[in-house]
Design a protein around this ligand. Structure first.
Ligand code: GDP
Ligand code: IMO
Ligand code: MG
Length: 425
């Protein structure tokens, strides 16, 4: 399982694509098209929002599990784009129990964000929160409903008039007739029907045949609905535990749980960020790291690596190993810092607080490391061939510090966005 340990955008897409070489099935289990996962193979760049990052491995299987909220318009567009680019892809399986993002969810997301004022998370406005709200309120439309016109019509007849009232009360206006909506979404169901199935059964059969399933987490631990920075996170369980509820398999199937750690911290959205750097170093990380949202294009807030956050992730996910990404971005910096704990009104804080008011007053306490030289791409390639011992000494110290702090081994490092710029330790 590949899990983001921070606020998303750790480079999970790249790591999943790399690891997918050894897997038989890649399964997403939560989130929706709020995710933006970038994969670079040769000169080609791919950005996926809904499709699992294993999709670029033809002959293998990719699963959209029941825990996702799926916007069929986006899914069909992503598939269509790959078709236009003549890219061979994995076989896709979509859970019949996954919930559907409907157009009113998009409207409500935007309107609620405006009304929330200082409580707004700065969502991606993809209808994620409202679709999960309907799921929990037992008001949702599921993939299986898109295959039964009469069921879909019965639900739409009850739900849509209420949504119109809600949108009006929020200060918006939205009108699509019930019959048009039913026809449009039934049409999407027809386009997807060959892919819609019970993906829990599919995964179980694969496991019975000793196939390797790779779970792909979207977002990151600190965006989790229970364990993230509430109310500034997302609406799903992004942590390892979410893989079971979101795929329909028991916890016993989970093996290696890899936490993806970006060598510094980034955040796109609102809320407290103890290690945020609003200076030239923060700017340097953003520019050199290309820290602009894959989904919304927003500039990402940047700061030093925060071990209080990562240790929290180690605990709530039960991480068994780490993959450190974007190490190349730190090259050439004279000094590199890592936050080891926070100072809150004179006392030491090692456990990430629940209170946003407390978190906003926590000051990071840093350990400072000497940097390493500005390594060129061809030099990274040589080091990848030669192995870990050829890495710059200061980088090895940086990595050892992270391992020792967490008592979790680093098994993989990423030294560039490209698939091949990856070193298995
Ligand atoms: P995800 O949401 O976790 O999959 O991450 P994103 O794709 O949103 O953001 C990560 C960005 O960093 C993408 O542009 C990747 O191509 C890029 N990236 C991933 N790994 C590395 C790396 O090791 N070095 C550099 N320089 N870029 C990377
Ligand atoms: P990947 O998978 C970074 C953030 C949004 C917002 C909050 C809630 O690419 O790492 P939502 O639209 O989910 O209701 O927004 O969560 N957010 C992400 N930030 N990476 C993501 O996904 C994110 N998905 C949601 O910016 O603050
Ligand atoms: Mg992303």
């Amino acid at each position: 399982m590949i899990i983001g340990t921070q606020w998303g955008d750790e480079g999970k897409g790249k790591i999943v694509d790399f690891m997918a070489k050894k897997a038989d099935v890649v399964a997403r289990f939560q989130g929706g098209n709020n995710a933006g996962h970038t994969i670079v193979v040769g000169n080609e760049t791919y950005k996926f929002h809904l499709l699992p990052s294993g999709i670029l491995r033809p002959g293998k299987d990719a699963v959209i599990g029941n825990g996702l909220v799926v916007d069929p318009v986006v899914l069909l567009k992503e598939l269509d784009e790959l078709k236009k680019r003549k890219i061979k892809i994995a076989r896709l399986h979509i859970s019949d129990r996954a919930h559907v993002i409907m157009p009113y969810h998009l409207e409500i997301d935007g309107l609620e964000e405006k009304k929330k004022g200082k409580l707004s998370a700065g969502t991606t406005r993809r209808g994620i929160g409202p679709a999960y709200t309907d799921k929990i309120a037992r008001f949702g439309i599921r993939m299986c409903d898109l295959l039964e016109k009469s069921t879909l019509a019965r639900k739409v007849k009850i739900i849509v008039p209420l949504k119109r009232k809600m949108i009006k009360a929020l200060g918006g206006s939205w009108y699509v007739s019930e019959s048009d909506l039913v026809n449009e979404y039934y049409g999407y169901g027809q386009k997807m029907k060959k892919m819609i199935r019970d993906t829990s059964v599919f995964l179980d059969k694969n496991l019975a045949k000793k196939k390797m399933v790779l779970f792909e987490g979207a977002q990151g631990t600190h965006l989790d609905i229970d364990h993230g920075i509430y109310p500034f996170g997302t609406s799903s369980n992004t942590i390892a535990g979410g893989a079971c509820t979101g795929s329909g398999l028991g916890p016993g199937v989970l093996g290696e749980i890899v936490g993806v750690v970006k060598a510094y911290t980034s955040r796109v959205g609102e809320g407290p960020f103890p290690c945020e750097l609003e200076d030239e170093i923060g700017e340097h990380l953003r520019e050199r790291g290309g820290e602009y949202g894959t989904t919304t294009g927003r500039p990402r807030r940047c700061g030093w690596l925060d071990m209080v956050m990562i240790n929290y992730s180690r605990r709530v996910n039960g991480l068994t190993s780490l993959a450190i990404t974007k190490i190349d971005v730190l090259s050439g910096l004279k000094k590199i810092k890592i936050a080891t704990h926070y100072n809150y009104k004179g006392s030491k804080v090692v456990d990430f607080p629940a209170s946003m008011s407390k978190l906003s007053k926590c000051k990071p306490v840093y350990k400072t490391f000497d940097g390493w030289k500005d390594v060129q791409d061809n030099e990274w390639d040589k080091m990848i061939k030669k192995g870990k011992q050829s890495l710059p000494g200061q980088l090895k110290k940086y990595l050892k510090f992270i391992e020792d702090y967490l008592s979790v081994p680093i098994k993989l490092i990423s030294l560039g966005p490209q698939r091949h710029r990856t070193l298995v330790l």
